[in-house]
Design a protein around this ligand. Structure first.
Ligand SMILES: [Zn+2]
Length: 310
């Protein structure tokens, strides 16, 4: 079954992958899934690219469910977005079928300026997706040294909002300076708190935890207080920041180990298990956590992919 599914996906998606092509994929036609008529169509000239997308919706595991999902997407694209038709050229479900959207010969609406250069194929993929059981190798709380607020000399918060158990953990970078020993890291954490309280006017340092290149974690708002790190996701996610700017370089191994142990430690506290891991940019319009750190986060087991915008 797995192989059949794989063949179905690969044959639709990849130019350079093993593929048996059209013979090996079952394409459910628009008539079969009950498509509405398009408002209008634009012919698509021969293209050189195929874009792969995922929906931020439900996964489907049977043809009946997938057809319902495809109809729902078409309704959304036509009625909410005001498009001429369902945006994608093809859709793929976990049932192993491909579903005809605009097909091979009609211009899609899936990737802005690339619509007339590329076929758009979308995989059904839940958001939050079904997460892998806890991601990175982690020994949890027992393996991480958390420097408490009193140890680093925190100012008292101006106010606090309790945080209910969450399903997500967001990873950030400060885009600021790195620190390699506890004294320097505590000074950097205090400076971050001052900036967030005095310049931003927040109640406290924004992050739930901070991680330094010294391999320590620093308690920000902790596991049980709502943070200020990712706009509309603050109530849904723990925010962990690695101190430094990781646009062009990676954090050191000590910081990455601390991050991974801290993620595991969350599940021993206020983070439901299993949880999903996201970079800040997965939910919000930001460069955070940096172009070099972000791909690492995407490789972590438990990585949960992109989310609806903040
Ligand atoms: Zn961030």
């Amino acid at each position: 079954m797995f192989c059949l599914l794989l063949v179905a996906i690969l044959s639709g998606v990849a130019v350079a992958q093993p593929s048996s092509g059209c013979d090996a994929v079952n394409i459910v036609s628009r008539a079969e899934w009950g498509a509405r008529e398009p408002v209008s169509t634009t012919p698509l000239a021969q293209v050189n690219m195929q874009f792969v997308h995922h929906t931020v919706g439900s996964r489907c595991y049977t043809q009946e469910d997938c057809m319902a999902e495809v109809r729902g997407i078409q309704n959304y694209h036509m009625d909410n977005n005001g498009w001429n038709d369902i945006g994608y050229n093809f859709l793929i479900g976990d049932d192993g079928n491909a579903y005809e959207g605009r097909g091979w010969y009609t211009l899609g609406a899936h990737a802005q300026s690339y619509n007339d250069d590329a076929i758009g194929i979308i995989l059904s993929y839940a958001s939050p997706p079904i997460p892998n059981p806890i991601g990175p190798p982690s020994s949890g709380c027992s393996a991480i040294n958390i420097v408490s607020r009193s140890e680093w000399g925190a100012r008292p918060p101006k106010g606090t909002t309790p945080l209910s158990p969450v399903n997500m953990q967001f990873i950030h970078h400060t885009a600021g300076i790195r620190c390699y020993n506890q004294a320097d890291c505590m000074a950097e954490v205090r400076a971050t708190q001052d900036f967030h309280m005095d310049v931003n006017g927040w109640n406290d340092i924004g992050y739930n935890f901070l991680v330094g290149d010294d391999g320590n974690a620093y308690e920000g708002r902790g596991w049980y207080i709502q943070g200020a790190h990712a706009q509309s996701y603050n109530n849904d996610a723990i925010g962990i920041v690695i101190m430094g700017d990781f646009t062009n370089v990676m954090p050191g191994q000590a910081a990455l180990d601390a991050l991974n142990n801290l993620l595991g430690c969350g599940a021993e506290n206020n983070v439901n298990y299993p949880y999903t891991i996201h970079g800040h940019r997965d939910g919000c319009a930001t460069e955070c956590p940096g172009n070099t750190l972000y791909p690492y986060i995407q490789t972590l087991p438990g990585y949960g992919g992109t989310l609806p915008p903040c």
